[in-house]
Design a binder for this molecule. Structure first.
Ligand code: HCR
Length: 382
């Protein structure tokens, strides 16, 4: 049958879930989903997808020519998409409903690699409703840093769930005093009806470098530009802001894509995702984690999810939710707000506004700034 991805005993609940989704106005977090579609991973963990290929993450810092450097940044960006948007599918057979992070939840870790040394990850839930995750990932050996934050706005149209990402990322290379403003793609969830949801990207995103180089990337799925899923086309423009691209790119972000030099009229392989293996993030053992760390905080829920024990999932989730409600109530009574640990909401500075406007985007009024010194000198450094 058509919905045989759904375990027989959960077909009723799945149809109920789809109906609530259709009338939910997109507030997915508040709808109870059947156990088979629940993930034991919290959204705070998704910040790791930016640097699971540490070699490509640091590579731009070694490129002296600004045009070649911008190309290296773009290659790393394209390389991150596979992890960001297809890894759950590959590991679990479909997209799952991630755990909805609580305010103050943190996901911390590091990559240790022979060639790149240490790359750090600090991810913190800075807002619960609406959900917003802020993150920083950096490597001091090469002097590169990525900071950013994400929220999602969901809307439903009959059988598809549409997600617009709110937020952006900024990639910095210290040595060249160069920054890249990166906007985030919109996406939709297909396959919902069959109980096997998966992500497809759509629309366009931009990357604008302080060096003047910029990229426009257009995404599409099966049957739009080609018969293939996860397709993109992109153009790279020079600092002279001419409307003629220097390079054009096309192919699959989860597979192979090519680059064409528009001046030399030559084409070659740009990136092949199948040739790169991710480096797993190292995180502290549970016993050493603070109660605010993702894996520690959600341990009991995650264990229950893995055996699809719905009652325990419910009991353990409620404990977290009630504790959070009590905290919010207390803060309200005391007339204060929860203090975010490593990020502060600040007005976006002129530099950022300028970069964003180069990408044709009005920079967000406020942005989450990473307080690196607090993290480096604080108790959570791992
Ligand atoms: C849409 C999504 C939650 C948000 C996830 C984001 C946008 C989060 C930021 C990361 O940097 C990138 C990212 C990747 C994910 O693809 C995206 C998730 C995919 C599914 C999940 C939905 C909320 C899941 C709904 C599934 C239900 C309806 C069964």
């Amino acid at each position: 049958g058509e919905i045989d991805k759904v375990p027989a005993s959960q077909r009723g609940p799945w149809m109920t879930f789809l109906k609530s989704l259709a009338t939910s106005k997109g507030d997915i977090a508040s709808i109870t989903a059947p156990p088979f579609i629940l993930s034991s991973t919290s959204l705070t963990e998704y910040s790791k997808f930016w640097a699971e290929l540490p070699d490509l993450f640091v590579a731009p810092s070694m490129v002296v020519d600004p045009e070649e450097r911008a190309l290296a940044v773009f290659r790393w960006f394209i390389a991150t998409l596979k992890g960001q948007y297809t890894s759950r599918n590959e590991a679990l057979g479909s997209e799952k409903k991630p755990l909805n992070p609580f305010l103050g939840e943190m996901f911390l870790g590091r990559w240790e690699t022979d060639d790149e040394g240490t790359t750090m990850l600090v991810s913190e839930q800075v807002s619960h409703h609406p959900p917003v995750t802020a993150y920083a990932t950096y490597n001091d050996v090469y002097g590169v840093e990525l900071t950013g934050y994400n929220g999602q706005k969901a809307s439903v149209s009959t059988t598809t769930l549409n997600i617009k990402q709110v937020g952006h990322a900024v990639y910095k290379i210290t040595k060249f005093d160069e920054s890249y403003y990166i906007s985030l793609p919109s996406l939709h969830i297909e396959g919902l009806f069959y109980g096997a949801p998966y992500v497809e990207l759509e629309g366009s995103t931009f990357i604008q470098s302080s060096s003047g180089y910029s990229f426009k990337i257009d995404y599409s799925g099966k049957g739009y530009f080609s018969g293939k899923k996860n397709t993109y086309k992109a153009k790279m423009f020079g600092p002279d802001s001419s409307s003629k691209p220097l390079y054009t790119f096309s192919g699959q972000w989860s597979g192979k894509s090519t680059v064409k030099d528009e001046r030399a009229k030559s084409e070659k392989l740009f990136y092949d995702a199948t040739e790169h293996t991710i480096v797993p993030l190292e995180i502290k053992p549970l016993e050493e984690q603070s109660p605010y760390e993702t894996r520690k905080a959600w341990a009991k829920v995650a264990a229950a999810v893995s055996v699809m024990d719905y009652d325990t999932i419910h009991v353990e989730k409620s404990k977290i939710e009630n504790e959070q409600r009590a905290l919010r109530k207390q803060e309200k009574e005391e007339g204060r707000e929860w203090t975010r640990r490593y990020f502060t909401l600040v007005d976006s500075d002129e530099g950022l506004k300028k970069l964003a406007s180069g990408a044709g985007i009005t920079a967000d009024e406020k942005v989450w700034r990473f307080n690196r010194d607090d993290f480096e000198s604080g108790p959570d450094k791992c």
